[in-house]
Design a protein around this ligand. Sequence first.
Ligand code: SAH
Length: 352
Amino acid sequence: MSLHDLLAAQIAANGPIRLSDFMADCLLHPEFGYYTTQEPFGASGDFVTAPEVSQMFGELIGLSLAQAWVDQGSPSPFALVEFGPGRGTLMADILRATKGVSGFHQAAQIILLEASPNLRAIQGETLRVYTPAWIDAVDQLPAIPIFAVANEFFDALPIRQFVRDGSGWRERQVGLDNDTLVFGLGPDSPQPALAHRLEDTKDGDLVEECSAASPIINTLGLRIKHHGGVALIIDYGDWRSLGDTLQAIRDHEQVSPLDQAGQCDITAHVDFEAIANAVPCQYSRVTPQGVFLERLGITQRAQALAQNMTEDALHSHIAAHRRLTHPDEMGNLFKVIGLYPEGGSPPAGLEK
Ligand code: SAH
């Protein structure tokens, strides 16, 4: 049995399924899901995320969070939270970089939101000395100040896709052609949640919607509003996207999302407009990752680290700096938005 066989049987019995249901099973099916069964990250995995490119990414995020914590009066206790921590590399770098911030570690309760038992075990190994706690859902966050980061978490939340048809929409579905999974379109139906997209689309245009993101942002933002803290949300995407951004990656190559259910990473661009609309506290301007990291001093940090490097290590360090910041690499594709309380300031690296 494979995920493909399971989904094919389900579709044969009950008809086509929503893309969001397909994506949820592909990523997190308890037995066959990609995050539940594989270790996707790093050069030997399927893709490389920013914290896996260089330790500088996590160090600068850590300093931004710690600066916000000091600016808000060093509250104790507080929750140091990561959404979707992967291998735990980002949190490990945050913690190493903030060791010298007086009282920060003592006041921190480290909380990881992670759905995959497999990745929880790896995170537990990476962060063994820090005794993190795991939660299954954002509403389990404690009622204390929250200093949070999410890198490439929201892009993994299931999306739905709709194709404009007059003033209605037809949902893109996953169906079956003989034994092959194929895309198709459902019947025309009104979509009140897409009313604002009638203004910038024409017949045949495809738009995406991630209904799982808003309640998470809302709950996180309410904690920050009532108890203080900040959140840094980093992901690829833009302010309102248009067109099909669904992407499947295996072994660093793009593959068809339907061909290898559960065997490849499936993500979609994050719609930062939808994120901003769901924020119940203050939020910063959406800022390109390269600009954010430059403002936090990545070049100075890169130069300091380079002092002790030669040859191959130096070469890959320079490439990593470029990869994180250059507009042709991750610098512009990835964006950052910060959440902060009323009357507070955006986290370092971001502006109102
Ligand atoms: N932040 C890490 C990993 C990004 S991959 C990095 O930058 O390297 C996405 C992460 O989010 C994985 O850890 C995955 O298991 C987790 N994840 C995806 N969907 C989730 C969900 N609905 N709830 C909790 N965790 C989820």
